[in-house]
Design a protein. Structure first.
Length: 506
């Protein structure tokens, strides 16, 4: 009885193992698709498995397009001013060319609609051989039919001129004109966006370099304090902990100086990107101290908002888009009416013919005859399954969307103008306070340094005065940068174009 039990157990284990392998194979086949699912000629064009990289062929023709062939227009030895950089960006930035091509396409779209008002002339030609059997009473022909053989060519000049369409073309023309206006306004706004981006990047770079100068002066002050502490220590008027504290302040100022230096590289890359040149292109710009002061506010915030609503290209472009959508609604509704066209053709039948009946043939004879005709064609769709109604509903939905976008864009523009206006006013008020803070901090530091050198002041007071002077200088610099950036943001939010007349090449 033991042998059958062993045989049964062995067979059960084999069946269980086979079932597990079969289930595993089915599961793996479900998880990873078979390579035989696609033809062989396509299978070689993809990776052999999901876990294997695709082996790319020679892509030199593709990578050659990615390599820039234009010589950089930046003069490495020239120190650029802001108007010159804006002018350069508007000429070389690829985004301006993209917007320009969009405006050109919109202009071509207007011409495309205008062409629908002209007649259409088309030349057609039909040629070949045809054998046609025509039934005829047997009282005439005993076979009951005769056969007509034709070897012909039929050239023709066809005319179709749409005379009446109940406003389809007129609505399409109105929509195309509004889209052209929106594209041109978008082109102008793109220039303003690029100019604003260059302004912010320019202010960022020049302010970083001004911060480097401030950090350098702070480091010089820290070194002066350390030097004074060392002199007092040599004279027995200071302690080693005081010298260690002075050295710690010098090390901290050195670290802050190096930290500001590292930010200059990122600012250079940002400016190159905003201009539209390679990040490796060296760019020299004017110093922050040479920048002209920001213009004071002349109008109230209400007048500034009104000026933005009148001059912002993107706001007017939204109105043009609304009018274009209204024209599309009119065009969709005009599809319910018929169209009336003038049609005509003129041509000639060129070739030979032969008639066969009762086994006898007439032989080939000439069949050249002119043909012409003219008339009116009326087309009126009666039933289309609701397609025209759906087109009207889609056009009306687009019109409502355009109207809501006007409201959203207008509210966002008013908010941007108000924020930039208040930022400029706040920066002007803070600028005077920051200048007074620098003067007071400078006087406090100089008095503390003199007192410390003659032994009348403490190191703690001197270090505190130095820190406050450094902080005041950074506050004044940040306030100036904020004023310039806020003024640029206000000009951008009101739709004003930066003046680049001082730049060369204009």
């Amino acid at each position: 009885m033991l042998i059958p039990k062993r045989v049964t157990a062995t067979m059960g284990a084999v069946v269980l193992l086979y079932s597990a392998q079969t289930a595993s194979a089915q599961e793996s086949s479900q998880q990873s698709p078979s390579a035989t699912d696609i033809p062989e000629r396509y299978r070689r064009q993809v990776a052999p498995a999901p876990s294997t990289y695709w082996k790319s062929p020679a892509l030199h023709d593709y990578t050659r397009v990615l390599k820039s062939t234009e010589a950089p227009l930046i003069d490495a030895n020239k120190r650029y001013e802001l108007p010159e950089l804006i002018d350069l960006a508007q000429r070389v930035n690829p985004e301006t060319r993209v917007a320009w091509e969009a405006a050109r396409r919109a202009a071509l779209g207007v011409g495309l609609v205008e062409s629908e008002y002209f007649p259409v002339l088309a030349i057609s030609a039909l040629g070949g051989y045809e054998s046609l059997g025509i039934a005829i009473p047997k009282t005439v022909v005993s076979d009951g039919f005769f056969r007509l053989d034709l070897a012909r060519a039929v050239p023709a000049l066809n005319l179709k001129w749409l005379l009446l369409d109940f406003g389809r073309r007129g609505s399409a023309w109105d929509a195309a004109k509004e889209r052209l206006l929106a594209a041109n306004l978008g082109f102008n706004r793109k220039h303003q966006q690029i100019a604003f981006g260059v302004q912010r990047a320019f202010y960022g770079l020049t302010s970083i370099r001004a911060r480097i100068a401030v950090a350098q002066s702070s480091l010089d002050a820290a070194r002066a304090v350390q030097e004074a502490t060392e002199i007092r220590l040599n004279n027995g008027l200071a302690t080693r902990p005081e010298l260690a504290l002075a050295r710690q302040q010098t090390a901290q100022a050195t670290f802050e100086f190096e930290e500001v230096l590292d930010k200059e590289r990122d600012a250079l890359v940002t400016l190159a990107e905003r201009i539209g040149v390679q990040p490796t292109t060296p760019i020299q710009v004017t110093d922050f101290s040479a920048l002209p002061p920001a213009a004071t506010l002349q109008d109230s915030v209400e007048k500034t908002i009104d000026r933005a609503l009148e001059k912002r290209p993107d706001l007017i472009a939204k109105v043009a888009a609304l009018r274009a959508s209204e024209a599309e609604v009119s065009r969709a509704r005009a599809a319910y009416w018929p169209t009336l066209s003038l049609v005509g053709s003129v041509g000639s039948l060129l070739g030979n013919a032969r008639v066969t009946a009762d086994g006898r043939s007439t032989g080939w004879f000439g069949a050249t005859q002119p043909s012409y005709g003219i008339g009116l064609s009326l087309e009126w769709e009666i039933f289309d399954g609701g397609a025209r109604q759906r087109r009207v509903e889609v056009a009306e939905s687009a019109r409502r969307t355009a109207q809501d976008e006007i409201t959203a864009t207008r509210d966002r523009a008013v908010s941007d103008v108000w924020k930039a206006y208040t930022d400029v006013k706040l920066a002007f008020r803070r600028l005077d306070v920051a200048a007074a803070l620098v003067d007071a901090s400078q006087q406090s530091y100089e008095d503390s340094l003199k007192s410390y050198r003659v032994g009348l002041g403490t190191l703690t007071d001197l270090l505190a005065a130095r820190r406050e002077l450094s902080r005041a200088r950074f506050v004044e610099l940040d306030t100036k940068v904020q004023l310039l950036e806020s003024s640029a943001a206000l000009a951008f939010s009101t739709g004003e174009t930066p003046d680049t007349r001082t730049a060369p090449g204009r």
